[in-house]
Design a protein. Structure first.
Length: 550
């Protein structure tokens, strides 16, 4: 079994996410690569939740439409997803709640009642049962449960053992081998961003809960003592951004995270940071809009908004990682750029990347924290005009008098409305962008996959890179993924398009926002494959769409 997909579903409150995480960790212990996809409505209880756990002998960062195993905690799950089963697919279902004429009947609710166990223990019963039918040792199940479950450990271990013993009694086994590969760290995109921030010197994290980035807040708050950071939840998103700016002004590295509605409230603060030249890192997790939209699903429809957010002309840098590894590294890049160029940097992600689960392979030793150069000077010029546009930094508490001004100002930070100073300061702030573009020539600002001489190129950004790169490999096509969206590395993209006869743009929005951005730089796509129903592409789905074109 080199590639296997499991879908587990039930009602909100059934612990579907926990069940998927346990299954992912189980296969991780066997040496497999993991990708996990989550889908749920914005309800506390009720509704339909499901997770897809895909395992493979090679690295994967996308999920498939067709599944090998369907685990149904209720009848709705079976009805909704039975068509996704492959011809030889298997169903495991709670026979206490409904009956079907196929699959393996497992009376989960009855087991819970007879053994006086909490309902959530159904997850570990399933885990033990899977270990049994896959012919694996119970010790692996114990190891996973002890690692992932803190509450009611004895009850969960008991439930897992019951499931394991039940599997022994049925005349059915699935063949799976244990690979000669060490288990890997499994993280969500949110956790990778949080870890990347900590490794980059984060001192204070400010956030107001908003899907899909809320789990960054939970993750950092859970480990704030270990990470030696402060995690603060102010009263609203405006306070979040302003407090972070205050912390950065004082010399402490800060980060905030939000989604569309929250960022809209932060935009005035974004301009404040641009004018005052205060470094700040924003994490922007996209979800379907406008307004509340469908808040627990995914989208890539905010690119145009983000690259032009804020009133006035100033440097704002926008980075777009495509998986958890890139989220880790680009968060580090965001901190270095924010503090070097003294400007806002936005990490643009989406629900699919934020909440999906990845086997990660990043190397923490590759993180480079660029030192912050400061001066101490009684005649300190906070906004000194330089050839690069970057002024010397100093912080309160030094020998310098440090001014920060939202108004136009002279080199000392003294408010002015004189035309000459206005002109000089606008030019100084925008000169930083010119300096950055020169620096980016020597950085990895795009990634390219597949055959270099391919006549067809797929171009995409963000989390869609996962499915596009897999399909590109499958169909032997070149794939181009810009990591920087502002400034866009269009010269590097043009170079990779030499000899390409057809460019296909693939995005999760209606208007093809990356394609529009490319056209502004005289790069024109031939076809667009766009999806905007709140769900990401699956490998099967995108393969069919591309095959229609080529």
């Amino acid at each position: 079994m080199s590639d296997f997909s499991i879908l587990i579903g039930g009602r909100a409150g059934d612990g579907i996410r926990q069940a998927s995480q346990l299954i992912a960790q189980f296969f991780n212990q066997l040496g497999y690569w993991i990708f996990g996809y989550e889908e749920y409505p914005s309800l506390i209880t009720g509704g339909h939740n499901f997770s897809i756990v895909r395992i493979s002998e090679k690295r994967i960062i996308a999920h498939q439409e067709k599944i090998d195993l369907l685990i149904a905690f209720n009848k709705e799950t079976f009805i909704k997803h039975q068509k996704k089963l492959k011809k030889k697919g298997l169903v495991i279902y709670d026979a206490s709640l409904f009956k079907i004429n196929k699959g393996l009947a497992l009376p989960l609710s009855q087991i819970i009642k007879e053994n006086n166990l909490p309902p959530i223990v159904r997850n570990t019963i399933i885990l033990g049962f899977l270990a049994g039918i896959f012919g694996q040792d119970f010790q692996i199940v114990e190891r996973v449960i002890k690692k992932k479950i803190e509450k009611k450990l004895i009850e969960n271990l008991k439930g897992a053992k019951i499931g394991f013993e039940l599997a022994k009694k049925i005349d059915f086994k699935l063949k799976i081998k244990k690979l000669n590969q060490r288990p890997k760290e499994i993280l969500t995109g949110n956790e990778a961003i949080g870890l990347g921030a900590v490794k980059s010197g984060l001192k204070i994290y400010f956030a107001y809960p908003m899907t899909p980035v809320t789990n960054i807040l939970h993750f950092l708050a859970s480990y704030q003592d270990k990470f030696k950071i402060k995690v603060i939840q102010p009263e609203n998103e405006i306070a979040v951004a302003l407090m972070a700016i205050g912390a950065s002004y004082a010399g402490e590295k800060s980060m905030v995270a939000t989604s569309g509605g929250g960022f809209a409230l932060m935009v005035e603060s974004l301009s404040l940071a641009g004018q005052a030249e205060v470094p700040i890192v924003f994490v922007y997790g996209q979800r379907p809009a406008p307004a509340t939209g469908i808040p627990t699903y995914t989208s890539q429809a905010d690119l145009s908004f983000v690259i032009s957010a804020g009133h006035g002309e100033f440097l704002r840098i926008v980075l777009a990682p495509g998986d958890a590894d890139e989220a880790f590294y680009l968060t580090n890049e965001a901190f270095n750029l924010a503090w070097h160029y003294q400007t806002p940097v936005i990490i643009l992600v989406d629900k699919h990347l934020c909440e999906s689960t990845y086997s990660v392979s990043f190397d923490e030793r590759k993180i480079k924290v660029k030192p912050i150069k400061t001066i101490s000077d009684k005649n300190y010029q906070r906004y000194k005009i330089t050839l690069s546009g970057i002024s010397p930094l100093s912080f309160p508490g030094s020998n310098s008098i440090v001014k920060a001004n939202s108004y136009e100002h002279d080199e000392f930070g003294i408010t002015t409305e004189e035309a000459i100073w206005r002109k000089k300061m606008v030019e100084k702030r925008l000169r930083k962008r010119e300096t950055l573009i020169k620096e980016l020539k020597n950085k990895e600002t795009i990634k390219v996959y597949g055959p270099k001489k391919s006549k067809i190129a797929l171009i995409t950004w963000g989390s869609t890179k996962g499915v596009v790169s897999e399909v590109g490999e499958k169909l032997n096509l070149k794939v181009i993924q810009p990591l920087f969206l502002e400034p866009l590395p269009f010269e590097k993209i043009k170079k990779e398009l030499i000899g390409v006869k057809k460019i296909i743009d693939i995005e999760l929005n209606r208007n093809g926002q990356l394609a529009n951005l490319l056209s502004q730089n005289k790069i024109f796509v031939d076809k667009k494959i766009l999806k905007y129903d709140g769900r990401p592409f699956t490998v099967d789905e995108l393969t069919k769409e591309i095959e229609k074109i080529i």
